[in-house]
Design a protein around this ligand. Structure first.
Ligand code: HEM
Length: 496
């Protein structure tokens, strides 16, 4: 055999081996997690239909384990339900799982998903997440909005004062107060058409679940049309776009006239846009997408946390009494409570934590999508797989929590467990790269409002209801809102 033939034989052998190995490797079946039996077309949808998804997933996980594979319509989905495996999502595989799945809502309402919450992972996304975390919602920036919060909470307390002795459904007023804070922080005094804005934000909050028929069967585009989803989202988008457009045009004129800088979030974003120097230049539409996130992410979540906290305290009078004693002791005789007084209220912090544990606003967080194949607990997670962490399951895992279903703020007294994303049994704001950037903004508004509600008033249930009769059912949709709004009667606490 001459040298050339030898070379040819060796190289063809190497090539054949390469192709055989490659084919063998490529065709290696995926080792997916276990899951319930699937039906044709709908997959496992029938097993979650009619129940709240986080409860349905929780029940299924008791049978199929802390990591399950489900076929939800056309969407292959992994559901993780234990703190140990949540750690594998948020820490070990955070980068591989840092994307978000496509949603029709993101596409239509969020300017082709160019927002932070539903946008896919990319250089552009990383830049925007940095802007929102560092420039818009940093601790310093949040502190600078203190005057808006104090004004709006005072206003809300005045409303309660004027309704003393009458039963109040406070949900709308609480939502209004939080939305005013978000609006003023975003646009200063230029918040026109706020009522429409609140309605749109409310509707979007309900649609953001990702379990819409359009998202479960994306290949059947006609479903989004006949279900009315597409036209619904298009109308919401048009209305929001018009409101933002008007505010933006007015602000641009102001800036041209070089009138006083507002120092609100809109000015910060316009300064960043006009300053250049961004790796990926941004447009007005990108800024609008960020504001949709701020309005939707910042309004209902905080408002519903206030309602659940009051609900749990009405159900647990000993907790109410302890929280009222704390605030009344700390501020004895004070006419006004200001934000710098709040750090003293340690028990109230525990009440808020315990509320977020049992009533996380987004019990399934926001779904992630796999961008690089990885493994969780020895199972394969292929590219494009949707990954859901059931934060609700983690927060009631009996291996981590004593008497997990009971509302006991005291459990945090001797525990360092916090919602900052490092304790995977308690992730009401998520964790890792996709964690909520609005924790500081949200929690301070919740705490300010609750502190004053407890300081100035005593609260009573309607006479026919005992504490344990309060209906705790959650409404359907992506957010865990109390189905029946809380109705309670304030009476003025006489010694202040
Ligand atoms: C009590 C109040 C709040 C709660 C319970 C809450 C909860 C959450 C949760 C669970 C997520 C998903 C995290 C994940 O997928 O891992 C999230 C994401 C997000 N939140 Fe919040 N949030 C609150 C307040 C706010 C506020 C005040 C803002 C803005 C002003 C905000 C803006 C966002 C944004 C932009 C994201 C998307 C982050 C990303 O995908 O990287 N949130 N929030």
């Amino acid at each position: 055999m001459d040298d050339l033939t030898f070379l040819l034989v060796v190289s063809s052998l190497i090539l054949s081996f390469y192709f055989i190995l490659n084919r063998k490797f490529a065709s290696k079946p995926l080792n997916l997690p276990p899951g319930p039996p699937k039906l044709p077309i709908i997959g496992n949808l029938h097993q979650i239909a009619g129940a709240l998804p986080h409860h349905a997933f929780h029940d299924l996980s008791k049978k199929y384990g802390p990591i399950m594979h489900l076929q939800l319509g056309q969407i292959s989905t992994i559901v993780v339900s234990s703190p140990q495996l949540a750690k594998d999502v948020f820490k070990t595989n955070d980068l591989a799982l840092a994307s978000r799945p496509y949603t029709l809502l993101g596409d239509i309402v969020l300017y082709r998903s160019s927002d932070v919450a539903l946008g896919p992972y990319s250089d552009y996304w990383r830049q925007m997440k940095k802007i929102i975390s560092v420039e818009l919602l940093s601790a310093k920036k949040v502190r600078s909005f203190r005057c808006f919060r104090e004004y709006e909470v005072d206003h809300f307390i005045d409303f309660i004062r004027s309704n003393c002795g009458k039963p109040v459904i406070m949900r709308d007023k609480v939502t209004r107060m939080i939305n005013n804070i978000v609006c003023k922080s975003s646009f200063g005094d230029n918040c026109n058409q706020q009522d429409v804005l609140i309605e749109l934000v409310d509707e979007l909050g309900r649609l953001v679940s990702g379990f819409s028929i359009a998202d479960l069967f994306p290949e059947f585009g006609f479903l989004s049309v006949i279900s009315g989803m597409k036209s619904n989202l298009t109308n919401i988008h048009k209305s929001l776009d018009k409101i933002f457009d008007d505010i933006f045009q007015e602000r641009k004129m102001k800036r041209l006239r070089k009138e006083n800088a507002e120092d609100d979030l809109l000015d910060v974003l316009f300064n960043i846009k006009e300053g250049g120097g961004l790796q990926v230049p941004i447009t007005d539409d990108n800024i609008k997408a960020i504001f949709v996130n701020i309005f939707v992410g910042g309004t209902d979540t905080s408002a519903m946390t206030i309602e659940w906290a009051m609900t749990e305290m009405m159900r647990n009078p000993n907790v109410m009494e302890k929280a009222q004693n704390e605030v009344r002791e700390a501020f004895k005789g004070k006419k006004n409570i200001i934000e710098s007084d709040l750090p003293e209220l340690v028990y109230l912090d525990f009440v808020i934590k315990e509320t977020l544990r049992l009533h996380p606003s987004l019990p399934l967080l926001l779904p992630r999508e796999c961008r690089e194949q990885c493994q969780i607990n020895g199972y394969d997670i292929p590219v494009k797989m949707k990954v859901i962490v059931n934060a609700f399951s983690c927060a009631i895992d009996p291996e981590y929590w004593d008497d997990p279903e009971s509302f006991k703020p005291e459990r945090f007294e001797k525990s360092s467990v916090d919602f900052t994303g490092t304790n995977f049994e308690f992730v009401p704001f998520g964790s890792g790269r996709r964690m909520c950037p609005g924790i500081g903004f949200g929690v301070i508004s919740v705490k300010s409002a609750l502190a004053q509600m407890l300081y100035y008033f005593n609260w009573k249930l309607p006479s026919e209801l005992g504490p344990k009769d309060i209906d705790m059912t959650e409404s359907e949709g992506g957010v865990a809102l109390k189905k029946i709004p809380l109705m309670i009667t304030p009476t003025l606490y006489t010694s202040c």
